[in-house]
Design a protein around this ligand. Structure first.
Ligand SMILES: CCCCC/C=C\C/C=C\C/C=C\C/C=C\C/C=C\C=C\C(=O)SCCNC(=O)CCNC(=O)[C@H](O)C(C)(C)COP(=O)(O)OP(=O)(O)OC[C@H]1O[C@@H](n2cnc3c(N)ncnc32)[C@H](O)[C@@H]1OP(=O)(O)O
Ligand SMILES: Cc1cc2nc3c(=O)[nH]c(=O)nc-3n(C[C@H](O)[C@H](O)[C@H](O)COP(=O)(O)OP(=O)(O)OC[C@H]3O[C@@H](n4cnc5c(N)ncnc54)[C@H](O)[C@@H]3O)c2cc1C
Length: 710
């Protein structure tokens, strides 16, 4: 192979003979390697593997792209925006991990400004602009401006307030962020300390940070970019504390960007991983009696009159949390994007990579052919599709609930909260773990920045924390489950995703009829097992809580919270499985597309069953033999997925620019790309490293001297 051939040896020898050559003036042997190289290396590289993989697909990839994206129109627009970004040199990102924090931040400002310029020049629609920003793929202040500041004003501002503030935000005449979390409190929103005290003399609110722990801490875009924030603070008027409310507060001058009087703010410092989320200026903010006009309180849900009287509209106070609900549903859609990127990289590379198994000098085995590789990777592939479809459904639910709220129908608010909180928690936790698993599936090369996986992981893991810590959110789901179980006795029929609990009599005693591995392909068998498991776990928790009769209900909940978490996860997994089954029941055009989705749906469900077998057995929903049959069927499904695996990730339709991974390249030409990337590292700018004369040479010389004295 070329990797171990004479060129490499030549390189090494020459490197040591030349002290300070820059990579821009590469020694002739490198130029030779590269110019002769490209073609020569390409011929020797394993490009054909992916072509051969694509030829084995048993379905129409173009139609699968439509199923993944949601419509032909969505494929077309996404494709156009992805290519627009990929072909623009300002949006290059291959050097991102090598930039200092300051350089990275400036690069983010530059990209955001350029993206805006292109959006205006090309008169892009909102849909196109959102996609363009997604493909720019660099977290920055614009995410919070469009993703939280604007939605908070839309959701909590009166029509008059929207009329005043939204046009400014839409044209970037102001830049906004969402300042809720404080140094001392994030999860416990009701525990926030910042105060907004009404002063009837001047018709103003006085915004103040009374303690160090009341400093706003974490808001993205706050540190350096934002001019305004929606600030959450305790509203105090007529001497009474009315709890948390939202206020629009200007933070920086619109002339020179300096902080306004009484405002102290800055960045909270470097975060996990190189590059990654460090492009974002998460910030700290303190107020020293900052005055804002009364009409900058977001007054859609409650108002303070000119006289200082507090008036609450006749709506649930939880509507204050509406922006978080909105963002949580979008995070579920993001989970499928992040997971599908990692899986695309790992599947393509596993098809290219070969280890062991060479017979008589023949080729080694593609690692994708190892059953262990398949059993680790294909459930993640299935999960990417599962999250995509449940994300689409959640988006529908969110839109439906929003329309009902507009009509003053609040009956589905609890359902929206439980589904967004629970699905956000489960999909982000799985995705974060899955990205790390994909790194391991790529072996050593997965650990290189050029694989794209370390950066993806570092950017993605905070999703388990922001917009609600996943454990805190699952406990919210558990509380709603307990409430629903307690209402069953009174005959109240649960609705929406809890409706299955209404079949309590049947589900508490039913036994699975599965008697062969094939029986597990029946969606009714899967659905019943998942419903029975979720319900029995919830009922067990409820019984355990009520049996602790000596305790208050809250104390019983606290004691049982680890079990409650598991019950909440079981309920959410049931929702994901149900929505996948419903998707596959729909008419899906394209040769073989429905069959592939059916197989992935079964992989997803049976993998969860296998992984959580303890739950299914402990609740008596299935027998150990039925558990073994499910695992047998899972193995058969992996074999069915194998020839389609590369085409199934091609259907995500990601450009090489968006994937940002030499291992996940569409053409599979991995090794020359890895080799090329290595030379771009700043350490390779000089052949002899900086510090050689200060530290290495004296050390070596000293040791040589010692040895010569012996
Ligand atoms: C470089 C490579 C690039 C790669 C890129 C790849 C991928 C990128 C992927 C993703 C990036 C994309 C986007 C990034 C997006 C966002 C990140 C940035 C910003 C993050 C922002 C934030 O984090 S903002 C702050 C969020 N904070 C929280 O979420 C706080 C969590 N806490 C709470 O929500 C509440 O405090 C609570 C729910 C835990 C408790 O509420 P509380 O009122 O105190 O008490 P109760 O529990 O008693 O509840 C009372 C009743 O209210 C009901 N309820 C609670 N919440 C809601 C709700 N939201 N809606 C409706 N109802 C609700 C609850 O059920 C109770 O009801 P009952 O009284 O009937 O029992
Ligand atoms: C990258 C990033 C971006 C962010 N962007 C923003 C932003 O733009 N705007 C903003 O306002 N905020 C933002 N945040 C803050 C974020 O919303 C909070 O960090 C998050 O809500 C978690 O709250 P916390 O930090 O208080 O965690 P804590 O609540 O302190 O969690 C610590 C631990 O305690 C556990 N725990 C807490 N409460 C309970 C309980 N009741 N029962 C059991 N266990 C519990 C948690 O599970 C966790 O293990 C961001 C955070 C990050 C990491």
């Amino acid at each position: 192979m070329w990797r171990g051939g004479s060129n490499t040896r030549t390189c090494k020898r020459r490197f040591f003979s030349s002290p300070t050559r820059s990579r821009h003036h590469r020694p002739p042997y490198i130029c030779r390697l590269h110019s002769r190289g490209s073609q020569h290396l390409k011929a020797m590289a394993e490009v054909d593997h992916l072509a051969a993989e694509r030829a084995t697909a048993r379905f129409d990839v173009e139609e699968m792209k439509v199923a993944w994206a949601g419509s032909r129109h969505a494929v077309h627009v996404a494709d156009r925006m992805a290519r627009l970004v990929a072909s623009d040199p300002v949006f290059r990102k291959d050097n991102r991990t090598m930039l200092s924090r300051k350089e990275l931040f400036k690069d983010t400002l530059r990209k955001a400004a350029h993206a805006w310029k292109r959006i205006v020049e090309l008169r892009l629609t909102e849909e196109e602009a959102d996609l363009l920003r997604q493909y720019v793929d660099q977290p920055g202040y614009v995410d919070l401006h469009w993703g939280m500041f604007v939605p908070a004003i839309k959701g909590q501002g009166t029509e008059e307030q929207q009329h005043k503030w939204l046009p400014l935000a839409y044209k970037f005449q102001i830049i906004g962020c969402y300042a809720q979390t404080e140094l001392g409190h994030g999860s416990n929103v009701q525990g926030l300390e910042t105060t907004a005290t009404f002063d009837p003399k001047t018709d103003e609110f006085v915004i103040h940070s009374p303690t160090l722990t009341s400093s706003k801490w974490w808001p993205g875009g706050l540190g350096k970019a934002s001019t305004h924030a929606v600030v959450y603070a305790r509203l105090i008027t007529e001497g009474k504390d009315y709890g948390i409310h939202g206020f629009i507060v200007q933070l920086r001058s619109l002339e020179d960007h300096s902080p306004l009087p009484g405002v102290t703010l800055g960045d909270i410092g470097g975060k996990f991983g190189s590059g990654a989320y460090n492009s974002m200026d998460n910030g700290v903010l303190r107020f020293d009696h900052v005055r804002i006009p009364r009409d900058q309180m977001l007054m859609r849900l409650s108002q303070v009159t000119r006289e200082g009287k507090y008036v609450h509209s006749n709506v649930p106070k939880q509507l204050l949390y509406g922006t978080m609900v909105y963002v949580r549903q979008s995070i579920v859609a993001d989970a499928s994007k992040a997971l599908s990127r990692a899986v695309c990289i790992a599947v393509r590379y596993s098809a290219v990579r070969k280890q062991f198994g060479s017979q008589d000098g023949g080729p080694e085995t593609q690692v994708l052919n190892y059953k262990t590789q398949q059993s680790r990777l294909f459930p993640l592939l299935a999960s990417a599709y599962a999250f995509r479809f449940v994300g689409d459904w959640l988006n529908w639910l969110y839109t439906d609930v929003t329309q009902k709220l507009e009509a003053k129908d609040f009956s589905t608010l609890q359902e929206a909260h439980a589904c967004t909180a629970g699905l956000k928690a489960v999909t982000t936790s799985v995705t974060a773990d899955a990205i790390e698993e994909c790194r391991k599936l790529c072996g050593g090369h997965g650990y290189l920045n050029s694989s794209g996986l370390p950066e993806l992981f570092a950017v993605y893991v905070p999703a388990c924390t922001y917009e609600g810590d996943n454990v805190v959110l699952l406990l919210q789901v558990a509380r709603i489950l307990m409430k629903t179980v307690s209402q069953l006795a009174s005959g109240k029929q649960p609705v929406g995703t809890m409706a299955y609990m209404g079949k309590v009599q049947y589900l508490m005693q039913c036994k699975s009829a599965v008697s062969s591995a094939e029986d597990w392909l029946n969606p009714d068998a899967i659905q019943e097992a998942f419903e029975a498991r979720a319900l029995r776990m919830a009922v067990n928790c409820a019984q355990n809580i009520s049996q602790a009769a000596s305790q208050e209900e809250a104390a019983g909940f606290y004691e049982r919270s680890p079990d409650l978490l598991e019950a909440a996860v079981a309920h959410i997994q049931l929702i994901i499985v149900t929505k996948f089954i419903e998707k596959v029941h729909q008419e899906i055009p394209g040769h073989g597309v429905k069959e592939q989705l059916q197989a992935l749906c079964n992989v997803y469900a049976l993998y969860i069953l296998h992984k959580h077998l303890g739950d299914f057995l402990a609740t008596g929903c299935i027998t150990p033999r039925q558990g073994a049959l499910a695992n047998e069927q899972l193995g058969k499904l992996y074999a069915q997925v194998r020839p389609n695996a590369v085409a199934l990730v091609d259907a995500f339709n990601y450009t090489d620019h968006y994937l940002g991974s030499v291992l996940g390249r569409y053409d599979g030409d991995v090794y020359p790309a890895l080799y090329e990337e290595a030379w771009k590292d700043p350490l390779n700018e000089t052949v002899v490293p900086e510090g050689y004369h200060e530290y290495l040479r004296p050390l070596i010389k000293q040791q040589q001297l010692k040895l010569s004295r012996l």
